[in-house]
Design a protein around this ligand. Structure first.
Ligand SMILES: Nc1ncnc2c1ncn2[C@@H]1O[C@H](COP(=O)(O)OP(=O)(O)OP(=O)(O)O)[C@@H](O)[C@H]1O
Ligand SMILES: [Mg+2]
Length: 371
């Protein structure tokens, strides 16, 4: 069940070295945690771990779940114990599927008027009563201004605002779970923002970050550090597992194992799996391409680079499939490269990194809070 755990620094050392913080990513198929602390201005990795949720739902490792609060709490207790987490000070990610992220264009009005106008405008995109969501918004800096109109005078009269809404029920659910296991989260963040923080460094040009999870894929389009577009694709890496199980007539468990060993299975099996991988990757990357192309046309800009994250990015062909379909340079995200870790872990962290992007991003913001 604990497919990937490491504890690096003994507890006694951790508690004597100042504030530690924990990022918690409760994904559909696995919980990921990363504990960091600050030393000499740098983020130091203390411990991290991933725990498959499938078994808590009577499913297999790698499968997406929809667990109740009690089961999630139980899994959290288990990962905290197994990863030897030593702090309660944490931040928790909110799935994109439980939130709404959008850029809207509004007339250039005063801050005060904007505060009235944004919720009214946001209502158009939020399918539930506005009172049921927590709404956050930021004006995109004017040099970042974008608009669908080509006319410069009308541009100057408008501003772009990024709105982010989270269903209150979701936050309440995570609050109750945290209380029940003795965690003290200081903020909740929509997963896209955490991923972008841990994966992107100094990229100024428009960049895509694609998080291939178990049940879904999340696309973020970022320019100069600002999230410009986001998109939720209802397909993820478990669709490949399910296709393998169907096509080979094997159990989900066997199919998951074949998927992870894909590329080393021998010619016949590998080429059969290749076709199945292609079906899912084609769907995912053609949708991601639509996001990219729409932005490029509208803004008359070029997307320079794509970062893949999430457990789905670990599959052999994902990087090459993405670069073929998107016709852009594609690399895996390496979120652990931003933290200090013992040299003997570098290779492991490099390989496992994409899965932990959300949890690392949360912990990094939490460290900033301490400053
Ligand atoms: N080494 C690997 N090779 C291939 N696929 C892998 C590997 N490790 C994990 N995966 C796949 O990655 C998926 C899990 O990725 P991740 O942990 O990012 O998802 P999640 O966060 O739980 O899901 P979501 O983001 O959709 O809620 C699973 O479908 C799993 O099969
Ligand atoms: Mg995820």
């Amino acid at each position: 069940m604990f497919d990937f755990l490491k504890n690096i620094i003994p507890k006694s050392v951790v508690s004597s070295r100042g504030a530690s913080v924990l990022g918690i990513d409760i994904g559909s198929s696995a919980i990921k945690v990363v504990q960091l602390r600050k030393k000499d201005g740098k983020a130091v990795l203390e411990t991290y771990g991933a725990l498959a949720l499938g078994p808590y739902a009577g499913l297999e490792v790698g499968q997406a779940t929809n667990l109740d609060q009690v089961k999630i709490a139980q899994a959290l207790v288990d990962i905290i114990r197994e990863a030897k987490v030593t702090t309660k000070d944490c931040a928790i990610a909110i799935p994109l599927s439980a939130s709404l992220v959008r850029t809207i264009t509004l007339p250039r009005v005063s801050e005060k008027d904007l505060a009235t106008m944004v919720p009214i405008e946001a209502r158009k995109y939020i399918p539930v009563p506005i009172g049921e969501v927590s709404l956050d918004w930021w004006v995109i800096p004017s040099q970042e201004f974008e608009s669908e109109t080509e006319d410069d005078t009308s541009r100057a009269a408008k501003i772009d605002v990024l709105i982010a809404a989270i269903h209150n029920e979701t936050v309440e659910k995570y609050k109750l779970i945290s209380q029940s296991v003795g965690l003290a989260p200081s903020f909740y963040e929509i997963e896209l923002f955490s991923t972008v923080r841990s994966v992107l460094r100094r990229e100024m040009a428009p960049t895509l970050v694609i998080d291939i999870g178990a049940g879904a894929t999340k696309v973020s389009l970022v320019e100069r550090g600002v999230l410009k577009r986001s998109h939720h694709i209802n397909r993820g890496s478990q669709d490949i597992t399910l296709a393998i199980a169907r096509s080979f007539g094997v159990s989900i468990k066997q199919a998951e194992d074949m998927k992870r060993r894909y590329g080393t299975l021998g010619k016949t099996e590998d080429s059969a799996i290749r076709e199945l991988v292609e079906l899912t990757s084609e769907f995912i990357f053609s949708q991601a391409a639509q996001v990219a192309i729409a932005y490029e046309r509208q803004q008359n800009k070029t997307i320079k680079k794509v970062f893949l994250t999430g457990g789905g990015a670990l599959l052999k062909d994902m990087v090459s499939d993405a670069s073929d379909k998107l016709e852009i340079e594609v690399v895996k995200g390496h979120p652990f490269s931003i933290v200090e870790a013992p040299v003997f872990l570098h290779d492991i962290l490099d390989q496992a990194g994409p899965e932990f992007a959300v949890a690392i991003g949360l912990a990094l913001r939490k460290l900033e809070e301490l400053e």
